[in-house]
Ligand binder design. Structure first.
Ligand code: FES
Length: 57
């Protein structure tokens, strides 16, 4: 599922960034993948995915 349409970033890519690259915030995700750096509509969903991925570990 696409989370960030502006940059074509999927939930899988966000989960991978959390698990493999230690991303723990939307700010880090923006630096790493560009998520949220354009229209910003994806930020809340990206935050939820980060939180769920961290809880799952
Ligand atoms: Fe992510 Fe626009 S949908 S910045």
């Amino acid at each position: 599922m696409y989370v960030c349409l502006c940059h074509g970033i999927t939930d899988k890519a966000i989960k991978r960034a959390v698990r493999e690259d230690g991303v723990g915030s939307t700010r880090e995700l923006r630096t790493k993948l560009g998520v949220g750096s354009q229209c910003g509509r994806c930020i809340q969903m990206a935050q939820d995915i980060i939180d769920m991925t961290i809880i799952d570990e």
